[in-house]
Design a protein around this ligand. Structure first.
Ligand code: PMP
Length: 289
């Protein structure tokens, strides 16, 4: 079956889905994006993702390419045309549009919108429980990591470094020696005294939608939640560690650099949170309107 992409008003064959060479996303990384999971054919936390998109756009003063309601229709249509009946991912990107190359904002230019989608294998509990390794690297990003910008060069370099080290993710470390987040995920630990720690939302991290869902779940469970920066040393001596993202869900971290975490397998709180997050993800209501 051919994949279909939405590009600036048209549904095109994926192979023919192109943007202009002077799109500001291409030339300046002047754009933002969202990735939303599809489970059982439904979008997971769609409203939260669209609200974060709204915030990212507002921070960069990029106008919405269409109304929020219209974007939901386009996203639903891309899912339908790609026949994502079970699991998948939707990617949407908005840039400041196409204009002759000049750093200043171009006046009167419509923002560009691209929406793509792909199917993924159905959620597999056993695969999800498998622990991964992370490395630690300096966080050398800009100071507005709360904006979901397409400018991802440090993240790309960090993820490649992780891959070359045989790890799944790189946790980035700030100048105080504290973990900010992963290159495409948020970082969590469970301390020896059973506190669940993740860094508080600020301009130093992207406030993940999965992070927020897991915080809600943990609060409902009566976990001892602490939102604060934690150091690499704290992470390496933690009882449990995990990362969260739309694509990785709640993923156990069982090695940080050369240090094994816990007994090298998924920890009990991580396991509970994974189970509850999977329940949340698979139980999305059909949204109306
Ligand atoms: N931090 C960064 C830098 C990311 O790229 C992502 C993935 N978009 C996340 C955290 C996790 O965010 P979410 O749970 O919304 O996917």
């Amino acid at each position: 079956m051919s994949r279909i992409a939405y590009v600036n008003g048209r549904y095109r064959l994926h192979a023919d889905a192109v943007v202009h060479v002077e799109d500001r996303g291409y030339q300046f990384a002047d754009g933002v994006y969202e990735v939303i999971a599809v489970q059982r054919g439904r979008l997971v936390d769609e409203e939260a993702h669209l609200s974060r998109l709204d915030r990212s756009l507002a921070e960069l003063r990029i106008p919405w390419p269409m109304s929020r309601r219209a974007l939901r229709v386009v996203v639903a249509e891309v899912i339908r045309r790609n026949r994502i009946l079970e699991s998948g991912l939707v990617y949407m990107q908005v840039t400041r549009g196409v204009a002759p190359r000049s750093h200043v904002f171009p006046p009167g230019v419509a923002s560009s919108l691209v929406v793509t989608a792909r199917s993924l294998p159905r959620f597999d509990r056993d695969a999800a429980r498998k622990g991964v390794a992370v490395i630690t690297i300096p966080d050398n990003r800009w100071k507005r990591c709360d904006i979901k910008s397409v400018s991802l060069l440090p993240n790309v370099l960090g993820k490649q470094q992780a891959k070359e080290a045989g790890a799944f993710e790189a946790w980035m470390i700030d100048s105080d020696g504290a973990v900010t987040e992963g290159t495409s995920s948020n970082a969590w630990i469970v301390s020896g005294s059973a506190e669940l720690l993740t860094r508080q939302a600020s301009s130093a991290i992207l406030n993940g939608i999965t992070r927020r869902a897991v915080l809600d779940i943990a609060a409902e469970q009566g976990c001892r939640l602490v939102e604060r920066p934690f150091t690499v040393g704290e992470a390496k001596s933690a009882a449990e560690a995990f990362l969260t993202s739309t694509t990785s869900l709640v993923k156990p971290v069982v090695r940080i650099d050369d240090t094994t975490i816990g007994d090298g397998r998924i920890g009990p709180l991580t396991e509970r949170l994974l189970e509850l997050y999977a329940g949340h993800m698979l139980a999305q209501e059909v949204e109306t309107g």
